[in-house]
Write a protein that binds this ligand. Structure first.
Ligand code: ZN
Length: 340
């Protein structure tokens, strides 16, 4: 397996190293334990995707504030794919996606799976306060938290970051699904890399998690959370070229595809122009069923939406579409879904 590096102190050079230099400084995926005034420890992971740097920059700034006087709460920090970070990539060719290989993943036999098992084993040897996994996305999205259990502490942990909260159960290999077995767990989506407001938002959130005495146990007020549920994912079939200029590629998405994120894309909208006669995308619901035909029509070379949807994570980045998806399909969850 990829060897996990462990640290109980901050190495020289950490405070100034660019994210691309972490690989050389640390030697690989790294788990830090920093003892603080209060237990149990908070677990923070970031750089599971090597090009999503807001989490690292934010957690380093939080550490910088506290390292002299001591952390307000003990902290486990996992810096994941520093190899991909060195190249500015989500993951390297030949690597698995570091946020698809955590316990409950349907994948088998990968070195990255053993790595995440080792991380979980170490950080869960003692109770945890909460788990926070920090990401960025591409395209226009609000900052939001994702949870995988509709239970009160999980909802509070997410609402502490943003009113917009996404509940999902697929893909199963993500960090927050694995950690939800052990403690309240959230994935933070901090918008686009380099966004100063995302950095500040993540810093403030981590600071709050370190200082919070306990996660509230009273039922969350329905007005404090706008809960959406991921019901399906839209992907491009393998082997097709993807772009945004109708003359160039097999499938060419509309350039403003990300403007609909967390809003409404109405029935009849044209999503893309398509070369050839075959449906270029496939849509899978959370049970793995193919529901492409209920969502899309292909007419006169145009991919047309058959019903109103709420998309999320749509992006004008062809590489992200290829590596991840075109977008997720969301539905609003009403108050009835909140625990009383
Ligand atoms: Zn990510």
């Amino acid at each position: 397996m990829t060897e996990l590096k462990t640290f109980e102190t901050i190495p020289d050079g950490f405070w100034t190293v660019p994210v691309t230099g972490l690989k050389d400084l640390l030697g690989g995926p790294s788990l830090f334990y920093l003892k603080g005034a209060r237990e149990p420890a908070l677990f923070v992971s970031t750089l599971l995707h090597g090009n999503e740097t807001t989490g690292f920059e934010a957690v380093r700034d939080v550490l910088r504030r506290h390292i002299e006087a001591g952390m307000p709460r003990s902290l486990w920090l996992f810096l994941g794919n520093v190899d991909a970070a060195a190249e500015g990539l989500r993951f390297l060719p030949g690597q698995a996606d570091y946020n698809r290989v955590w316990p409950h993943t349907p994948m088998t036999g990968l070195p990255e799976i053993a790595l995440m098992q080792e991380v979980v084993k170490r950080v869960t040897a003692e109770p945890l306060f909460a788990s926070v996994d920090i990401h960025n996305n591409t395209g226009r999205n609000p900052h939001y938290g994702c949870i995988n259990k509709l239970e009160t502490p999980y909802l509070h942990l997410a609402a502490l970051f943003s009113r917009t909260t996404v509940y999902f159960t697929e893909p199963r290999g993500v960090q927050s699904i694995a950690m939800a077995d052990h403690c309240p767990a959230v994935t933070l989506e901090c918008g686009q890399v380099g966004d100063a407001s995302a950095h500040k938002h993540a810093v403030d959130y981590l600071e709050a998690c370190l200082r919070l005495h306990h996660i509230p146990d009273h039922p969350i007020a329905s007005g404090d959370i706008g809960l959406l549920h991921t019901v399906a994912v839209v992907k491009v079939k393998p082997g097709l070229s993807i772009g945004f200029d109708p003359d160039d590629t097999d499938i060419s998405f509309r350039q403003d595809i990300d403007h609909f994120n967390f809003g409404r894309m109405p029935s009849g909208s044209v999503l893309a122009s398509v070369k050839g006669e075959d449906m270029p995308v496939y849509v899978t619901d959370e049970n793995g069923n193919d529901i492409t035909d209920s969502l899309f029509d292909l007419r006169n070379g145009l991919l047309i939406l058959r019903e109103d949807i709420i998309p999320s994570m749509a992006t004008p980045d062809a590489r992200v579409i290829r590596q991840d998806c075109v977008f997720y399909v969301m539905e609003q969850l009403g108050v009835a879904h909140l625990p009383a």
